[in-house]
Design a binder for this molecule. Structure first.
Ligand code: ATP
Ligand code: MG
Length: 472
């Protein structure tokens, strides 16, 4: 969970990256990073090398990570007189300061109106970790939108991935959990309206090309860049990894970049927690395309229009609703489970008597009403009020009890979830069909990822046996 300051930082960072520095305005040095948690034990901490000179200057360095996409650092060696910050470029023989030697301006990302729309296919890639059944946070944060996008007919290809390999990065000791949840997540997809005729549903580990891409991309990302990822930081804290962070988990933003770019996705519909991943993917694309031939496509995140839906809190009111936190209302919950969870939900602790004025801020019941309530639910379930604003006004001035609001929310959520649950029960009778859908989808996904991997290898000129060999 990032606090709002941290979120502002991310958004600013994203904005800054979208307006890269020009020559007239040299890049502002980043303010010293405040590390709010130890990501590594001492042995892992980056030791500043004497004169901060990289051992192998062709690799991205801790200093180079100040620039988001600077893998192609000029080769440099210290000058003979050993001046601290001046290096000789081994190619040009000229002297360069360290800043010149390490700073490669990122390529300018294309603006909205600069994409060659007519040529570029519109492709969606998104997915979920099979760590549990999907919950209402997924529904408002991502699933509902996916279904709308799928049915809009505006997209050429839609890939929806069950990210089992990613789920294993923090569940290595429990592959059974991941296995069990493959069909659960697929059932949730189908019950929400994802249609295998229109959207390609697949399993990540069945597309081995994704792993290979991850390996090549990992050379374009520095450790300190990964350490700065606020979502990964908070997830590490949440999972209590302390110093024992699995490398796979730490580097999962790179694997997500592989997932997105393998399908040349232009659009990634996600919740807010995924913004830093998207930014990392965009950096990798820019870095790759400047270092090698330009073959990768820079993706864009598509957040829910309703801000609350970008990060729906859990029923405990504290964190984001998350499978790993056990604070969820699942899409498959039975009506009685939903009712119980709502009736025990967090409201305003100072709203003790009905006549007390109540607070809306941090009041999860109202947050959920903001996310789920439609105008038509008032005449149906709470005709004393015209709309949500009236209900909120009454609560704020006092005289409206929590139980009444909770009962209304219960009716709203039951109405939203009943058709989803009914479709799920039908699909539950057809598990072999569900698995066939995933198997076929994985084949289609693999074919597309293999095409991209070929492009990537050709662009890096590591396609030794399929290309002009005169220089070998
Ligand atoms: P885990 O705890 O295993 O990480 P999760 O509940 O966070 O599970 P993911 O599979 O990581 O779910 O997320 C899948 C997608 O759903 C992502 O796009 C994420 O942004 C979105 N999402 C997850 N939780 C929420 C939430 N509470 N509100 C809005 N969107 C969410
Ligand atoms: Mg998650």
């Amino acid at each position: 969970m990032h606090d709002s300051d941290e979120l502002d930082d991310i958004l600013n960072e994203i904005r800054n990256r979208q307006n890269p520095h020009t020559e007239d305005a040299p890049p502002k040095p980043e303010p010293p990073q405040t590390v709010d948690m130890p990501l590594f034990d001492q042995a892992d901490a980056p030791t500043p090398a004497p004169k901060d000179l990289p051992e192998n200057p062709t690799l991205p360095t801790e200093a180079a990570e100040e620039t988001p996409a600077a893998p192609a650092m000029p080769e440099a060696t210290p000058t003979a007189d050993g001046r601290e910050d001046v290096y000789t470029n081994v190619f040009s023989g000229t002297e360069e300061t360290r800043a010149e030697a390490t700073y490669t301006p990122p390529t300018r990302p294309l603006g909205d109106d600069e994409y060659p729309e007519e040529e570029m296919k519109k492709i969606i890639l998104t997915g979920d970790r099979p760590t549990g059944k999907l919950h209402v946070g997924h529904y408002v944060g991502s699933l509902k939108r996916r279904v709308e996008l799928q049915n809009s007919g505006e997209y050429d290809d839609i890939y929806i991935m069950i990210a089992d390999a990613q789920a294993l990065t923090d569940n290595a000791d429990n592959p059974e959990k991941v296995r069990k949840n493959i069909s659960e997540v697929a059932l949730d997809y189908l019950s929400c309206g994802l249609d295998p005729e229109k959207s390609n549903l697949f399993v990540q580990s069945y597309v081995s090309e994704l792993t290979e891409l991850t390996f090549y991309y990992s050379n374009l990302v520095t450790v300190s860049r990964l350490k700065r990822n606020p979502t990964v930081k908070s997830e590490i804290q949440m999972r209590g990894f302390n110093a024992s962070i699995p490398v796979g988990f730490f580097t999962y933003p790179i694997s997500q970049a592989a997932d997105i770019t393998a399908f040349k996705a232009t659009t990634v519909p996600v919740g807010e927690d995924q913004l830093p991943m998207l930014e990392q993917a965009r950096e990798i694309v820019r870095s790759f395309n400047t270092t090698y031939d330009e073959v990768l496509v820079e993706p864009k995140a598509l957040l829910p229009e309703n801000e609350i839906c970008s990060r729906l809190p859990g029923t405990d009111g504290k964190a984001k609703m998350s499978k790993s936190l056990g604070n969820c209302i699942y899409l498959s919950d039975e009506p009685e489970d939903i009712r119980k969870k709502i009736m025990s939900m967090y409201t305003d602790p100072d709203h003790i008597r009905i006549e007390d004025p109540g607070k809306l801020e941090g009041n999860t019941v109202f947050t959920y009403l903001d996310a789920f309530c439609k105008p038509e639910y008032f005449p149906e379930f709470l005709p004393d009020y015209q709309n949500l604003d009236e209900l909120k006004a009454h609560y704020t001035r006092g005289g409206l009890g929590d139980v009444k609001v909770k009962k209304f929310l219960n009716k709203v959520l039951q109405a939203e979830l009943a058709p989803i649950r009914a479709r799920r029960k039908e699909w539950e009778q057809r598990i072999p069909d569900v698995l066939d859908i995933l198997r076929e989808g994985s084949k289609v996904a693999e074919a597309k990822a293999a095409e991209t991997l070929n492009d990537v290898k050709a662009s890096m000129r590591i396609n030794y046996f399929d290309s002009d060999q005169s220089d070998m």
